[in-house]
Design a binder for this molecule. Structure first.
Ligand SMILES: [Zn+2]
Length: 78
């Protein structure tokens, strides 16, 4: 059985479908018994999905966003 460290090292390849059949089985086997790694894989998958959903170029810069939020807050206070 894989150690957690070995499991983590294979995680992104696992999610990308890059592992061999044998390695995929080993990862699945580990995930069956290890709630920590299950949670880790789930978070990685979420993160990948989020990254894919984001546009290539941010529509607004972080500064502009912060500025906008600040002015929204000012509006609500008045
Ligand atoms: Zn583990």
């Amino acid at each position: 059985m894989l150690t957690c460290k070995e499991q983590v090292a294979r995680s992104s390849d696992y999610l990308d479908g890059q592992l061999s059949f044998r390695e995929r089985l080993m990862v699945r086997h580990h995930l069956m018994f290890c709630p920590n790694c299950r949670r880790f894989i789930r978070q990685m998958r979420l993160m990948q999905a989020t990254l894919r959903a984001m546009p290539e170029e941010p529509v607004v810069g972080v500064d502009e966003l912060a500025e906008r939020l600040a002015s929204e807050q000012r509006k609500h206070r008045d």
